[in-house]
Design a protein around this ligand. Structure first.
Ligand code: ZN
Length: 412
């Protein structure tokens, strides 16, 4: 508890104002069409005068702006609707993965305003050096954001591994990271974003979780419950149940890549055998297709597979079919357990979905008890390969929308 003793009346007034700001801004964010002040009064139950005062605060703080008035038949001045501002605060999304770094900036309305993907094999690179490269890219993003009238209000970093509450990466097997104190390493650099009360300067989370959140909050809204699978060198899943990410007891749920699909099969980096990753991870597919990954620039591995499959190359088609079958076995187990009806293939799986979906669906049909009368949809992510970074930036933006007072009360 804070030791300061604010006058009770002032505290109440402060918190009431904060509640009203969040209530009105939340309505504007959720609306299908730009609501007028009158619409907002009806929707929130607040008086017109209160709504007008709150909207003035939000306009002054660059959290909302007035939409162009819609043409209206008949006499009278058309009411101007309110939309989330395209200048003002924005979220910084970062991702470190096995063979790329991604940085993106997302504005309040969810638009991606800056994105950089830096391709490099990061396995031989020390964590501190990989993070230093990311800081450089983030600095360029901040300059570009400022040029567009955007202020970075917070950052979230996606990593392909197990992250604890303090932001330490306990284990990212495919990157070779173990017990990496990411916040401490980043604190050696200048801050990535401005300081904004109520918005964490940096959140570190698993990339599959952040990609699933990105999918959950994409427009138009999809289902409230689904399984999102990120297929890179490793395979991670985000489990979304009733509109919320299911994190598990320690935040480490979703390690679908280490579900055994052949219990006595190939050894895996995790120490187990026959894990899904050994049959449906990007390296496994590329090897099965007869491609030598080391000879391919990292960014072209997936594109090359898709190109070969498109052209009817038998080895590529067989590799994708076998990977899809292994993936389908694992997915069927999850669907049986959790009763889900939607599976989203994200990350490197998205461009390969035309060839992965049929064998995944075949396994679901053969293995899921309820599939006969309750079909399961398997589809590619709409967010593209940068889903985790976009989801990371989006998580910052949603924090600002749910607690706008922090941004409005910031110094300077
Ligand atoms: Zn494993």
């Amino acid at each position: 508890m804070s030791p300061t003793h604010a006058p009770v009346g002032a505290a109440r007034q402060g918190s009431l104002r904060e509640l009203n700001l969040a209530l009105v801004l939340g309505r504007i964010a959720a609306a299908d069409r730009p609501p007028s002040r009158a619409d907002l009064a009806t929707a929130t139950g607040l008086t017109r005068a209160t709504v007008s005062a709150v909207v003035e605060d939000l306009l002054a703080g660059q959290l909302v702006s007035e939409a162009d008035p819609a043409p209206r038949a008949g006499a009278g001045r058309p009411a101007r609707g309110l939309v989330l501002a395209d200048q003002g605060p924005a979220g910084l999304g970062l991702e470190v993965n096995v063979d790329y770094l991604t940085v993106c900036v997302v504005d309040l309305a969810g638009q991606v305003r800056h994105r950089t993907v830096h391709r490099a094999d990061l396995r031989p690179v020390a964590p501190a050096d990989a993070l230093a490269r990311l800081v450089d890219l983030a600095g360029q993003a901040r300059v570009d954001a400022a040029r567009q009238g955007l202020t970075l209000a917070g950052a979230a970093l996606a990593v392909p591994g197990l992250v604890d509450d303090s932001g330490q990466v306990r284990l990212a097997p495919n990157l070779g990271w173990q017990d990496v104190p990411v916040p401490e390493l980043l604190s050696a650099h200048p801050p990535l974003t401005d300081r904004v009360p109520d918005v964490p300067a940096l959140v570190v989370d698993n990339e599959a979780n952040l990609a699933a959140l990105g999918e959950l909050h994409s427009r138009p809204p999809g289902p409230a419950s689904f399984l999102h699978i990120s297929g890179e060198v490793g395979i991670g899943a985000g489990i979304v149940l009733d509109g919320a990410l299911f994190r598990g007891v320690r935040g480490w749920s979703g390690e679908i890549g280490h579900l055994p699909v052949h219990p006595q099969g190939r050894p895996c980096r995790c120490g187990g055998r026959g894990c899904l990753e050994q049959y449906a991870g990007q390296e496994a597919i590329v090897a099965a297709a007869g491609l030598v990954r080391a000879e391919l620039p990292a960014d072209t591995a997936t594109a090359r597979l898709a190109e070969l499959a498109e052209g009817g190359d038998p080895a590529a088609l067989r590799a994708l079919h076998d990977a899809g079958t292994a993936l389908g076995v694992a997915v069927a187990g999850v669907v049986n357990l959790l009763d889900l009806d939607t599976v989203v293939l994200g990350g490197g799986y998205a461009p390969l979905a035309p060839w992965l979906c049929p064998p995944v669906l075949a396994e679901i049909k053969a293995r899921v008890l309820t599939a006969a009368w309750s079909p399961v949809t398997v589809r590619p992510s709409t967010l593209g390969p940068e889903a985790a970074a976009v989801g990371a930036a989006g998580s910052v933006v949603r924090r600002i929308v749910s607690r706008p007072a922090g941004w409005l009360n910031r110094a300077g």
